[in-house]
Design a protein around this ligand. Structure first.
Ligand SMILES: NC(=O)c1ccc[n+]([C@@H]2O[C@H](COP(=O)([O-])OP(=O)(O)OC[C@H]3O[C@@H](n4cnc5c(N)ncnc54)[C@H](OP(=O)(O)O)[C@@H]3O)[C@@H](O)[C@H]2O)c1
Length: 499
């Protein structure tokens, strides 16, 4: 802190013209905050304009404080480099919005010798203690990913009274309870907007803007990789070729299992359901079916019936409990999610007051994700300045019963390859009938090399009964293949199929 005494007539001698002329406390890159003290009235003036216009010639003291929020960035990969880049590109704007400048004091990496873009040069370290032991660092931004190490670092940071921003859905959806309890105990912030939906604001809208609602249903496309693959498959591309294309475009990892098996979406819906329904849901409690067994033919037939196939993440309160699941679904063409193609994500929230709200945008990627992380950083900066750290605590107040997956009532779309001979259809209908499953539609499609293709759509039925029918059908030698069943989204699913 430096103190100057001067009169307003010679204020410009300090080279602070832009700061004083501009009606802001935080103007330039070094983010200096100016407070001007009128020695006559003993009042502090914050804005330079007053000095110019109202207090000409009076003796004033000028306090110049280098005010800056220093943060430690854990990870400088896809998201971390985007965060560093954005903090630099929008430096002035961010400083004004945050009320302080924001500086990355250290970035933690595995390999400090790796080639990195230079435009956002930040000091690198491979030693976490450079960050954790630094009392100047008030905020730790975890964008390194992974489980154990990230968990240890975040817990350590929280226990040392540092605020944390993280994009780590894996961690939040499995060990969220411990993390939030620790943040609360230490009276610090834990923000995680980027953990679901990348650049789409969804966590804070759910926690704040929609907090007055009773959330009835959350339904989303929260994994861009699988949505890209399904969009390709709509054009007739095989699953394998679509996955390869996604990998070539950088939309899928070399090991795509977390995406295609639906595990990534399960982690995200666990986080959203916990917030939306005010009860903790862990990723391992989400029933999960991936897209790896779907074939282009499923998407073609679905389209003929008036649907698109999407991997939906759903959370809904039912009479039997809270159902939270990820499943390939037939989405009616007039549904808000039917037009969400490629890597885009979208989440539909149904609230008892607001009705339906749709959030759409880039669900991943360097700058969209950085946008969410930097939004959190600014929020933490504001909280620190306002002396209100830790106000965004955990909102999982209830313990909710989860609905057993086999009790959930759904309409199912399922494609069979069967021997092309009389009586097979009747046998299939009988098997469904014996399990008390009513059929809405039975359509014989094309001839295949081995026989005929049949598509069945059921009326809503508990999963258990549907599985019972499938188990019986698997025993029939006339039925060669039973493809991946796809659930039909919406109560009026079979009605939508009329279009
Ligand atoms: N990518 C996205 O679009 C996206 C979207 C939403 C959320 N997220 C989440 O954001 C997080 C980061 O993802 P990312 O795609 O940016 O990952 P990434 O590109 O693999 O970057 C990881 C960074 O963390 C560093 N790192 C990893 N383990 C470390 C360790 N043990 N010690 C020190 N440094 C370590 C790496 O250092 P080196 O550079 O030296 O290798 C690298 O800089 C993940 O939790 C992910 O789920 C990502």
């Amino acid at each position: 802190m430096r103190h100057y005494r001067f009169s307003t007539t010679n204020i410009f001698k300090f080279g602070l013209t832009p700061l004083v002329k501009n009606k802001t406390t935080c103007y330039n890159v070094s983010c200096v905050q100016i407070n001007v003290h009128n020695t006559k009235t003993r009042r502090w003036l914050v804005y330079g304009d007053y000095v110019d216009k109202q207090y000409q010639g009076e003796e004033l003291s000028l306090e110049v404080a280098d005010k800056c929020l220093k943060l430690g960035l854990l990870g400088l990969g896809t998201v971390g480099s985007g965060v560093a880049q954005l903090l630099l590109t929008n430096q002035d704007r961010i400083a004004r919005r945050a009320g302080v400048g924001i500086e990355v004091k250290w970035a933690l990496v595995r390999d400090a010798g790796k080639d990195r873009p230079v435009e956002y040069e930040v000091p690198l370290t491979t030693n976490i203690n450079d960050i954790l032991n630094d009392p100047e660092i008030e905020l730790v931004v975890e964008v390194m990913g992974g489980q154990e190490t990230a968990f240890t670092y975040i817990m350590d940071a929280l226990n040392r009274g540092k605020n944390v921003v993280t994009a780590n859905k894996d961690l939040l959806s499995t060990r969220g309870q411990e993390l939030f309890a620790t943040a609360e105990k230490n009276g610090v912030d834990l923000y995680f907007e980027a953990s679901v939906g990348g650049g789409i604001p969804i966590i804070r809208p759910l926690k704040t803007c929609l907090a007055g609602n009773r959330v009835e249903k959350l339904c989303g496309i929260v994994n861009g990789t699988t949505n890209y693959i399904l969009t390709q498959m709509e054009q007739g591309t095989s699953y394998e070729a679509a996955l390869k294309l996604a990998q070539e475009q950088g939309f899928a990892e070399a090991d795509p299992s977390a995406d295609v098996l639906g595990l990534d979406a399960a982690r995200k819906i666990a986080i959203l359901a916990s917030i939306g329904f005010g009860a903790r849901v862990r990723a391992d409690e989400v029933s999960c079916v991936g897209i790896q067994h779907l074939e282009p033919q499923d998407l073609v037939y679905a389209r003929e019936l008036g649907y698109k196939v999407k991997l939906l993440a759903l959370a809904e309160q039912t009479e039997l409990g809270l159902q939270v699941r990820v499943h390939p679904s037939l989405v009616p063409l007039n549904h808000a999610l039917a037009s969400i193609d490629g890597v885009l994500n979208a989440i539909v929230v149904h609230g008892n007051a607001v009705g339906e709200v749709v959030f759409v945008g880039q669900g991943a990627g360097r700058m969209p994700t950085a946008s969410a992380v930097v939004g959190d950083i600014i929020e933490v900066a504001r909280n620190i300045q306002g002396g209100v750290k830790g106000r965004n605590g955990c909102t999982c107040f209830d313990h909710k019963q989860l609905c057993p997956p086999d009790q959930i009532k759904d309409s199912y779309f399922v494609r069979f390859e069967v021997e092309d001979k009389p009586g097979v259809m009747a046998k299939m209908a009988a098997a469904f009938g014996a399990a008390d499953v009513s059929l809405w539609s039975v359509i014989q499609k094309r001839q295949t090399e081995r026989g005929a293709e049949i598509v069945i759509v059921t009326y809503p039925t508990p999963g258990q009964r549907f599985q019972q029918a499938i188990a019986t059908l698997k025993l029939y030698p006339e039925i060669f293949t039973i493809h991946q069943p796809i659930i039909v989204e919406g109560d009026e699913a079979y009605v939508a199929g009329h279009h």
